[in-house]
Design a protein around this ligand. Structure first.
Ligand code: SAM
Length: 284
């Protein structure tokens, strides 16, 4: 047994055990490492940071996808930026009402290696006829995408460092606004309020997004293997409000069995702790 360790802050480290290093590769974009252990199953890291593991991937993928569909059940065209493990696409493709899913992942090796080592997230994604898989930079893609061409954009990105930096810029959020139709919704990986480095990213992202979208909220979920376990998604929208327009009845009619998300939790997820609300309001 060996230990994978991630530095969560200057004074905090997180370690989980693994029995086997399955695969390691340095791509033009990042270092990819796959491990396998008893408790967390197969997991992979990018540049040494935990991305996805078999034990809690259901939390992240439920919460990046289902709140938007419970708010606007008529979503048909979805753009996923990042999401190379395939888990976000997997959840979107469960909606038979969805007509088209475009996934723009910068590093093809992430997806190909997840097809090989992490079938729980990648299986069936490429095979679905509604799926359009592109390997490109997400910022470049939205800059060239036509106006009002998607109902939902899901930004399943890494942190705002290295290749992920462009996905946390005002330019990127403005392009997302242009590419979304008049009822469009943007959901973005919104970092975390607890450790200073991630909290600063959280505040910067919210400050930029709320200058562009008329309706902006942030919601939370419990992600045990991400720094502090308290992580957030942003919900930015042109018309739909995730609380006032929650359509629980319509969402239940989809008949999807979900291990984390439900429409009661939906309401609670937007009920943020006071220190988080204040930090987002203060913005600095
Ligand atoms: N859940 C993870 C997290 O919160 O850190 C993210 C998972 S997913 C694997 C993140 C993906 O974003 C990676 O596959 C990475 O290659 C991709 N990515 C990073 N920057 C990108 C960019 N500029 N355009 C498209 N994809 C990008």
């Amino acid at each position: 047994m060996a230990w994978y360790t991630e530095q969560w802050s200057n004074e905090c480290k997180f370690s989980i055990a693994y029995d086997k290093e399955l695969y390691s590769e340095k791509t033009p974009f990042q270092q990819i490492d796959f491990y396998q252990g008893e408790e967390f199953g197969t997991f992979f890291t990018l540049d040494g940071l935990m991305m996805v593991n078999e034990k809690d991937e259901f939390v992240y993928h439920d919460m990046i996808v289902h709140p938007a569909f419970a708010t606007n059940p008529s979503i048909k065209k979805v753009l996923i930026i990042g999401g190379g493990d395939g888990g976000t696409a997997r959840e979107v493709l469960r909606y038979t009402t969805v007509e088209e899913v475009v996934m723009v992942e910068i590093d093809e090796r992430v997806f190909r290696l997840c097809q090989e080592f992490l079938p729980v997230t990648a299986n069936g994604v490429e095979e679905d006829s509604r799926m359009k898989l592109l390997f490109d930079d997400g910022l470049a893609y939205v800059k060239n995408a036509p106006d009002q061409s998607f109902d939902l954009i899901l930004v399943d990105s890494t942190d705002p460092i290295s290749v992920g930096e462009g996905l946390f810029t005002t330019e990127f959020y403005k392009e997302c606004y242009r590419v979304l139709n008049e009822d469009g919704i943007l959901i973005n990986q919104h970092e975390s309020p607890y450790f200073a480095e991630y909290a600063a990213n959280m505040k910067k992202a919210h400050r930029k997004i709320k200058d562009i979208f008329p309706i902006t909220h942030v919601y939370q979920y419990h992600m045990p293997t991400y720094p502090s376990g308290h992580w957030l998604f942003g919900f930015a929208s042109k018309t739909f409000d995730p609380l006032k327009d929650l359509n629980a009845e319509a969402w239940e009619k989809f008949g999807l069995k979900t291990k984390y998300y439900n429409t009661n939790l939906h309401a609670g997820a937007f009920g943020l702790p006071s220190y988080v609300k204040e930090a987002l309001q203060r913005g600095e």
